[in-house]
Design a protein around this ligand. Structure first.
Ligand code: AMP
Ligand code: ZN
Length: 106
C-alpha cells in the first residue's frame, strides 16, 4: 500500500468506490472518465507501480483471469484491454491497472 496513491486509497475504501469485482489479489472498478460505454480498471491489491515492476507470475495470471471475469460480469462479449506503461506511453496513475473497454452486447 502506498500512502498517496489514488488507487491504493480506492482499495482502502477511502472514496466508497463500488467494486465491479474483487478477490484476494485484485479488484476492479469503473473508470472515472470512461472512454467506452463499459470502462473498468482491473488492479492488483498490492501497490505495484507499473507492469515493469510486476514480477509475480501468479499475480499476472490473476490479473488476466480477472479481466475475463469482469468482461463476463459486465456483459462484454468483445472488449479491448490496455496497459499503459510509463509516462511517455500515457500512464497517469502509477499503480498497475488494466483497462477493460467495450459495449454491452457487442
Ligand atoms: P492511465 O492513463 O493508463 O494511467 O489510466 C489512468 C486511468 O485512471 C484514467 O483512465 C483515469 O480516468 C482513471 N482514474 C483516475 N482517477 C480515478 C478514480 N479516482 N477513480 C476511477 N478511475 C480513475
Ligand atoms: Zn497504489
Amino acid at each position: 500500500m502506498s500512502e498517496d496513491c489514488i488507487f491504493c486509497k480506492i482499495l482502502r475504501g477511502e472514496f466508497g468506490t463500488e467494486f465491479v469485482y474483487e478477490n484476494d489479489y485484485v479488484a476492479a472498478f469503473n473508470d472515472i472518465n470512461p472512454k467506452a460505454p463499459v470502462h473498468v480498471l482491473v488492479v492488483p491489491k498490492m501497490h505495484i507501480a507499473s507492469l515493469n515492476e510486476l514480477e509475480d507470475k501468479n499475480l499476472m495470471g490473476e490479473l488476466l483471469s480477472a479481466v475475463k471475469t469482469v468482461a463476463q460480469k459486465c456483459g462484454l462479449k468483445a472488449y479491448k484491454t490496455l496497459i499503459n506503461t510509463g509516462k511517455e506511453a500515457g500512464q497517469e496513475v502509477f499503480h498497475l491497472h488494466i483497462h477493460v473497454m467495450g459495449s454491452k452486447g457487442e
